[in-house]
Ligand binder design. Structure first.
Ligand code: C5P
Length: 226
């Protein structure tokens, strides 16, 4: 590839979204938030009343969403937007319920398989930062640069709490911490593409660091490789 693929994996709330967005801006790369794909499938499933434990029905739903190009990522001045059948669902997928929903839905192998080619297409031409759980291990094992971004559960819950309350959502810290731990357990213990650090991934702990410092560190590593 002339332009590299940068994979960023890590647990919920490690700061991946802000770090990935800023890193992509800094490098002039396209950003692909793969969590948004799983969240959108969860939202579509909820709306279609497909139970989150029915792997076959969920896989079929995910395949039909992909085949009909129902999920579209758009760049806009206000940040990236996600559309489902033309409707802007960027906010609707950002609730704690859809976070947990995505975690449940994404545990089904058929759902992951349905979204695999789409993610590969989105990154194929390079010059892209892909953010998720299994980018460096499954989606692009040959990515030129792989990061595993993490932070302690309390720090991650604190960040998510601030993010949600800033948006006016009513949540408690304890509930968020519980969700963070629940999602870690879901993501790390699932049979299909569990969350783990790829052998060749560079570990970045953002616990004591600002987004700025973390992004600068990562940008320097990418630029040194290209
Ligand atoms: O990153 P985000 O919080 O939006 O992801 C929501 C959920 O989607 C994660 O908890 C995880 O279960 C799932 N996911 C995944 N693989 C990815 C991205 C997200 O399984 N590449």
């Amino acid at each position: 590839r002339v332009r590299p693929i940068v994979a960023i994996d890590g647990p919920a709330g490690a700061g991946k979204s802000s770090v990935a967005r800023r890193l992509a801006e800094r490098l002039g790369f396209v950003l692909v938030d793969t969590g948004a794909l799983y969240r959108t499938v969860a939202l579509a499933a909820e709306r279609a009343a497909v139970p989150f434990d029915d792997g076959e029905a969920l896989a079929q739903l995910a395949r039909s969403l992909v085949e009909s190009n129902a999920i579209v990522f758009e760049r806009s001045s206000g940040g990236p937007k996600v559309k489902l059948f033309g409707e802007d669902v960027s906010d609707a997928i950002r609730t704690p319920e859809m976070g947990l929903g995505a975690s449940t839905v994404s545990a089904h192998g058929g759902v992951r398989a349905a979204l695999l080619d789409l993610q590969r297409q989105m990154g194929a031409s390079g010059g892209v930062v892909l953010e998720g759980r299994d980018i460096g291990t499954v989606v692009f094992p040959d990515a030129e640069v792989k990061f595993f971004l993490t932070a302690s559960p309390e720090i991650r819950a604190g960040r998510r709490y601030k993010e949600l309350t800033d948006k006016g959502q009513v949540v408690t810290f304890e509930r968020i911490l519980e969700e963070v731990k629940q999602r870690d357990a879901n993501d790390m213990n699932r049979a299909h593409a569990p969350l783990r650090q790829a052998e060749t991934a560079i570990l970045i702990d953002s616990s004591g660091s600002t987004v700025d410092i973390t992004v600068s560190k990562m940008a320097a590593i990418v630029l040194a490789k290209i």
